[in-house]
Design a binder for this molecule. Structure first.
Ligand SMILES: Nc1nc2c(ncn2[C@@H]2O[C@H](COP(=O)(O)OP(=O)(O)OP(=O)(O)O)[C@@H](O)[C@H]2O)c(=O)[nH]1
Ligand SMILES: [Mg+2]
Length: 387
């Protein structure tokens, strides 16, 4: 293909046109893709030529919205495709792809169908109770079927934490007293001079997050202020934020150095690794620690990576979890509560039917068949232009 402004002789670029006829394209409409050399000036000239002929740029998420409107994707798959575009690590890619490929939609459809069967049973009895051809009482296994459905949704809810870790990364807090060597260790692990290091205690004040890909799993290292009592307002705020970050972490590295005071580590419910820093200085600390490192010489860093990778494997891999978002959790929680309410009040059929309906609605919302506009507007806005 030669791109040439109509009526003018000059060639803008040479490239390839890929044409996707409806309904087999991503959006389900006729689509053409221009593959050009991609220099900024070249692309700008081609866009000018095309917009001069009446074309316009797509809005953020417009292609995906069209795919949804043409029935090519549901909202769960759309989120999967958004995650796929953003995926930075191998685990994120696998999870996003599983979601995009409709694994979750299939699972939700199965739940919805089972719920519809249950609702049909109960609503038939409510609607036609006087017609004589529907047995009055509910089938014996009715309560059991609701409980089975609820436990299947419960298992999915339990996997959400796993999904979050893959999506957002394993949060590793670097904690210890001031000057324990937290910022130095962060720099050594990230192999860059990201955090400020000085011999002054209380250097770090803000929480600094540094993403790191270890064996395909995303980790977020958190450099924190050293924990101590202080009169400085700024440092005290730093210490408060550090304690908060430690509470929210998935792994805590408790750093101790031979040249800083020993204090008791904070109590946490997540894995904690005791890291003796500045091993090049020698010192007694190393024996009490799980691992000894030196940011200065690099000693022990490989072992530390290995330990993080092992913990990461237990937290972040296995079957890609399909659910990860807060929206998923709320919808499934809703469905689960409604099923509970239904099963405990089977004696009151009106009430049980109403609760089963609520559970259905919660699942419908999750795949975007209800409140569609509201859910979708938010969704599409998170997409980049042209996707
Ligand atoms: N010899 C040696 N010194 C180190 C090592 N790591 C850090 N230090 C020194 O220890 C001091 C404190 O290091 P930082 O990394 O700033 O410690 P920190 O824990 O971030 O301190 P705050 O931000 O004040 O809480 C600096 O003077 C570093 O040069 C190491 O592996 N070996
Ligand atoms: Mg620091």
């Amino acid at each position: 293909m030669v791109l040439r402004p109509i009526g003018l002789g000059s060639v803008l670029d040479r490239g390839l046109v890929a044409f996707f006829p409806a309904p087999h394209s991503f959006t389900g409409e006729d689509c053409a893709e221009l593959q050009v050399h991609g220099s900024t000036a070249g692309v700008r000239a081609i866009l000018k030529l095309l917009t001069g002929q009446g074309a316009r740029s797509a809005e953020a998420g417009e292609f995906t919205r069209r795919a949804f409107e043409n029935g090519k994707l549901d909202s769960v798959e759309i989120e999967g495709s958004g995650d796929l575009l953003d995926a930075e690590t191998e685990n994120q890619r696998r999870r996003a792809l599983a979601r995009f490929e409709g694994g979750l939609s299939w699972q939700i459809d199965d739940w919805r169908n089972r719920l519809l069967d249950l609702r049909a049973e109960i609503e038939a009895r409510l609607d036609f109770s006087d017609e004589g051809d529907v047995a009055d009482g509910l089938p014996e296994q009715f309560g059991g079927d609701i409980a089975t459905l609820k436990s299947s949704i419960g298992a999915a809810l339990a996997s959400i934490e796993h999904g979050r870790i893959v999506r957002e990364g394993i949060r590793v807090a670097l904690a210890g007293v001031p000057n324990a060597g937290k910022s130095s260790l962060l720099n050594a692990l990230a192999r860059s001079d990201i955090a400020i290091v000085t011999d002054e205690a209380g250097t770090t004040r803000d929480v600094r997050e540094v993403p790191l890909d270890i064996a395909g799993q995303l980790f977020i290292l958190l450099d924190l202020a050293g924990l101590r009592e202080t009169d400085s307002k700024a440092e005290a705020e730093g210490v408060r934020r550090a304690r908060h970050a430690i509470e929210l972490a998935d792994i805590v590295l408790w750093l101790t150095a031979p040249d800083t005071p020993d204090i008791a580590p904070p109590l946490v419910s997540v894995p904690m690794l005791r890291v003796a820093t500045k091993s090049d200085l020698g010192g007694a600390d190393a024996a009490a620690a799980d691992i000894a490192v030196s940011a200065q010489t690099g000693a022990g860093l490989d072992q530390l990576f290995g330990r993080l990778r092992t913990i990461g494997e237990t937290l972040g891999t296995g079957e890609p979890a399909l659910l990860s978002r807060e929206r998923d959790r709320l919808a499934l929680q809703d469905a689960s509560t409604a099923l509970d309410a239904a099963v405990t009040r089977l004696d009151d059929m009106e009430l049980a039917a109403e609760n089963l309906r609520r559970a259905s609605f919660a699942l419908e919302r999750l795949v975007g068949r209800l409140d569609a506009e509201r859910v979708l507007d938010r969704l599409f806005m998170s997409f980049c232009i042209g996707k």
